[in-house]
Each structure stands twice: as C-alpha cells, then as structure tokens.
Design a protein around this ligand. Structure first.
Ligand SMILES: [Zn+2]
Length: 96
C-alpha cells in the first residue's frame, strides 16, 4: 500500500472526497462509478466496483439478467450446452 500524502476530512454526513488526482488516475467518474468497501484492521479499503460474471468472475463484456451479470463467453457456452442437450436428448424430452 502506497501513501499519497493526501489527507481529507470526514464531513458531518460521513462523506470523504476522493481527491481529483486519484479519481483521474483511476478513471473514476463522478455519478457513474461505485465502490466496494472492505475493512482490514483499522483500514477502510475502497475498490472500484466492476460487476463480474457469476460463473467465471470475469469483468469483460457482459449482460445483466434477473439481477445477475453474465459474460458473453459464458452465454456462448450455455447456448452451446443447450444445443448439445437438444441434439442428444431433444427427441426424448419433446424439444426436437
Ligand atoms: Zn463468464
């Protein structure tokens, strides 16, 4: 962990402003980005929130479905699995 040398107060609402230089360096955009909040001992750690795929944990291109994030690769794999299932068992279960 590296110190930036910057100190910011906590206001009466409990808010802390992340210095502009840090927001710019980490490509944090106001009114868009969110943070996950962790604690470690007496430290508060903020991690830029990037929704990840519920299956493979990647943060690549994804879609949100039913409140879950699924990446396009996993959608392709599920589509292939469905096609394989229908190919093998489709007639048996009335899908073919
Ligand atoms: Zn995935």
């Amino acid at each position: 962990m590296r110190s930036t040398g910057m100190v910011r107060p906590v206001d009466k609402m409990g808010r802390v402003v992340i210095p502009k230089e840090i927001r710019k360096a980490l490509e944090i955009e106001n009114n868009r980005d969110c943070f996950e909040i962790y604690t470690e001992g007496n430290r508060v750690i903020l991690k830029k929130y990037q929704p990840s795929c519920i299956f493979c944990d990647s943060v690549g291109e994804s879609v949100s479905y039913g409140g879950y994030t699924v990446c396009l690769d996993c959608i392709d794999k599920m589509t292939k699995a469905k096609e394989d299932f229908i190919e093998e068992f489709g007639e048996m279960v009335g899908l073919k």
